[in-house]
Write a protein that binds this ligand. Structure first.
Ligand code: FES
Length: 162
């Protein structure tokens, strides 16, 4: 017998703009998202990441809140998703970044974090100029969530439509 997965609660204040009150649309069969899995589902030009975290199923944009890389091809461990591009880490239970990208930059509260490198490697700061400035001023936002519900064998997501 299979059990119905739970839906992860949305952290306070982090529902995606336009998603409150939007119609629920079929996204994926429950069987296609076992615990620990992530999948991209697309509605028109909106790519949504479905993640079966240790807290339940969550739906966010499939765009890293740093420089928009697809988180769906990153790694999920419990509630923590790792971005494949600059090693940023995000907690799907809280919506908060838990590790800044290697490029550094501003966190959600506007505090600057310097460039860093994984253990055993030297950080690669940009030569001064516009690129370095762009990275320094890039703000890593908190995640934004779409409401999820389970209906029978399907996962449904409420996404704003044009
Ligand atoms: S795009 Fe994800 S950490 Fe940079």
């Amino acid at each position: 017998m299979t059990t119905t997965p739970i839906v992860a609660p949305i952290p306070r204040g982090l529902t995606a703009i336009g998603a409150t009150g939007a119609a629920f649309l079929p996204a994926l069969a429950v069987a296609e998202l076992p615990p620990g899995a992530m999948r991209r589902v697309t509605f028109d030009d909106l790519d949504v990441l479905l993640a079966h975290t240790s807290n339940g199923i969550a739906a966010i944009d499939d765009r890293c809140p740093h420089m928009s890389a697809p988180l769906s091809i990153g790694r999920l461990d419990g509630c923590i998703v790792d971005c494949p591009l600059h090693s940023g880490q995000f907690d799907l239970a809280s919506g908060e970044p838990t590790r800044m990208p290697t490029t550094g930059g501003l966190d959600a509260d506007g505090f600057y974090h310097p460039v860093w490198a994984p253990e055993g490697r030297e950080p690669k700061p940009d030569p001064p100029g516009l690129k370095a400035e762009a990275r320094r001023f890039t703000r890593v936002r908190r995640l934004r969530y779409y409401p999820v519900r389970i209906t029978g064998d399907d996962i449904e997501v409420a996404v704003p439509r044009a």
